[in-house]
Design a protein around this ligand. Structure first.
Ligand SMILES: [Zn+2]
Length: 348
């Protein structure tokens, strides 16, 4: 792997990336492309609550980085400060996070998502940079503290003109998104869902709630129940699999379940209406596995604590017959990209 610049080497002048301090243009682009979601807690955050996050810590040793590039299947010219390694995180999650290097399939998934997002992030930053002054003014407006009455008044006075200009350039861009936090209590677990809605999503959402006569929380129940059963099975499998022959799973419990989701499709075919929701379910579990300690003076059975993190991509298709009572049919397609499971072991 010679010839590649060191992990922490400086970026070239024309490269888009992190240069050691917060960069609002870069953070804004990451925020937009990653859907306003914190990579740590999966919750929708307002821009001012976010920070730029390196998936592989930028302090990584160059030789370790070479190894990680192979492990995660990354491009050979991978650089820790480029968008293929960047996302956004909220303050509390960043404080909790250790500068940990993860050799896990879950991290591989995130890095592959970052690589897919990278061209879009670079394009957004470059577009902003070409009209730096306008970009600076607008990002200052976005960062402004609206609790200050004078700032707020100033913002209210000038913002409509900006929105108007935006609508003239592209009507769809004048839209805004809202996040609805939905707490579901299912199978003894609490699931925190965050549904991101743009104008189209809000229209579909209103239709669903009115047609079904039920709030989203209830509409989502069946599909999400199926999803958590799937994710829990996968966590169970992962914990057992870690100790293939000798291990015996003593217990497994849920720590947290959260999922960002969005309305990804809505169409009508004759009398049938179909709404598609897609998202990512994050499941955190703690398991205890009994295993035989082969290194002790006598083989003994020990308890080992296992943390399991499952990331599952899913699409939930709900459909209704418009001529009948609002009975919904749900079909949940779940796919776990590769084996998206993190197992971290420690002796209990
Ligand atoms: Zn967070």
């Amino acid at each position: 792997m010679s010839g590649r610049p060191p992990a922490a080497g400086p970026l070239l002048a024309d490269q888009v990336g992190y240069r050691g301090s917060d960069d609002v243009l870069l953070r804004g682009a990451l925020y937009e492309v990653w859907g306003a979601i914190c990579v740590g807690c999966g919750r929708a955050k307002v821009f001012t609550e976010t920070q730029i996050e390196h998936l592989i810590p930028r302090t990584v040793d160059p030789s370790v980085l070479d190894e990680l590039i192979i492990y995660h299947g990354l491009d050979t010219d991978f650089h820790v400060d480029q968008p293929a390694n960047l996302t956004v995180i909220c303050g509390p999650c960043n404080n909790k996070k250790r500068d940990r290097i993860l050799r896990t399939p879950g991290m591989t998934t995130l890095l592959h998502i970052a690589r897919d997002h990278s061209p879009h992030v670079i394009r957004l930053v470059r577009e902003h940079a070409t009209a730096r002054q306008v970009a600076r003014g607008l990002t200052t407006a976005v960062r402004a503290d609206m609790r200050d009455a004078k700032t707020r008044a100033e913002f209210m006075q000038h913002a409509p003109a900006v929105v108007q200009t935006l609508a003239l350039l592209d009507e769809k861009k004048a839209d805004f998104v809202v996040h609805r936090d939905i707490r579901l209590s299912l199978c003894g677990d609490i699931v925190s869902a965050s549904l991101t809605l743009d104008a189209y999503g809000r229209a579909v959402s209103t239709w669903v709630e009115e047609f079904c006569g039920r709030p989203w929380r209830e509409v989502l129940e069946d599909g999400v129940r199926e999803l958590i059963t799937y994710v829990a099975d996968r966590a169970d499998w992962a914990a057992r699999n870690e100790f293939d022959e000798t291990g015996n799973l003593a217990s497994i419990s849920t720590d947290a379940l959260f999922t960002p989701m969005r309305i990804s499709g809505c169409h009508r075919d004759g009398t049938r209406m179909t709404v598609e929701i897609s998202g990512q379910m994050h499941g955190y579990y703690t398991a205890v596995v009994n295993d035989i300690d082969p290194w002790g003076p006598d083989p003994e059975i020990i308890d080992i604590g296992v943390d399991v993190h499952v990331i599952a991509q899913y699409t939930m298709t709900m459909s209704w017959d418009l001529t009948a009572a609002p009975v919904m049919r749900v079909k949940t397609d779940v796919w776990i990209p590769g084996t998206a499971v993190d197992v971290e072991t420690s002796r209990a």
